[in-house]
Design a protein around this ligand. Structure first.
Ligand SMILES: Nc1ncnc2c1ncn2[C@@H]1O[C@H](COP(=O)(O)OP(=O)(O)OP(=O)(O)O)[C@@H](O)[C@H]1O
Ligand SMILES: [Mg+2]
Length: 233
């Protein structure tokens, strides 16, 4: 069995009379330590799939297996533990706590989980050792996103989930962020999933999943992923 499996996953949102099928019998498999890129048109169900995988949303039907655990059947308390200890989540717009400094944002995340990494070391790794005492408002967009990634990595999660992590960044900063994610996936053997609208970065991944109409329509396995430095777009 694969490390992550979606089996016939459906997610419906009821909006008054209308029912929206955000996921429609989605099936997918991801192995441990894989770097996965998810692409697809707006409304295809990418964020919905990631939120379900991160324990932030529930399925209408079907099964989601992570590391032999059926997370679609977890009780509330188990789900909180799963989100806390197993998942690192990077949002498109950073979601930092504005009245805490960069390092305090990272420390906050490590305080709630067991096998967390040293916040100081992670800040160094993301290249922010000298900006760690700045508040988010005193950091550039790219720096804030690096704090958000530091916060997610410092939890030492099994799964690092990133929803358009470079969506708000310029080319150069975006590239730095993707390099950080690629290096983390390699060095820490973390399973990293990145949603992007930029199909050009797909060659950085071990697996590319194309979402369309609520399903993983096409899956490409990439035997020779390229270092992000070698990809231009
Ligand atoms: N909380 C919600 N309530 C109602 N409908 C929702 C909700 N979340 C998502 N949807 C709908 O489900 C469908 C899939 O949305 P989703 O956010 O997963 O798409 P996406 O692939 O991430 O798109 P984008 O590339 O624009 O971010 C869309 O039609 C969306 O409007
Ligand atoms: Mg989305």
């Amino acid at each position: 069995m694969a490390y992550i499996e979606f089996k016939q996953v459906c997610k419906e949102y009821k909006m008054g009379e209308v029912t929206i099928k955000a996921l429609n019998k989605a099936n997918l498999q991801i192995e441990k330590g894989e770097l996965v890129v998810i692409v697809g048109p707006s409304g295809a169900g990418k964020t919905t799939a990631l939120n379900i995988l991160g324990g932030m949303d529930t399925v209408t039907s079907g099964e989601v297996i992570v590391d032999n655990k059926n997370i679609s059947q977890l009780k509330n308390k188990e789900l909180i533990k799963y989100r806390r200890e197993d998942i690192g989540f990077v949002f498109q717009f950073y979601n930092l706590v504005q009245n805490l400094t960069a390092i305090e944002n990272v420390e906050l995340a490590t305080q709630i989980c067991k096998d967390s990494l040293n916040p100081e070391k992670i800040m160094k790794k993301v290249g922010l050792a000298d900006r760690k005492n700045n508040f988010p408002s005193q950091l550039s967009g790219g720096e804030q996103q690096r704090v958000a990634i530091a916060r997610a990595i410092a939890k030492n999660p099994k799964l690092l989930l990133c929803d358009e992590p470079t969506g708000a960044l310029d080319y150069k900063t975006g590239k730095q962020i993707l390099k950080l994610l690629q290096d983390t996936a390699r060095k820490e053997n973390m399973t990293v999933i990145i949603i992007t609208h930029n199909a050009a970065i797909a060659p950085m991944a071990d697996k590319i999943i194309h979402f369309k109409n609520g399903t993983a329509e096409k899956v490409e396995i990439n035997k020779e992923p390229k270092p992000i430095e070698e990809i231009e777009w």
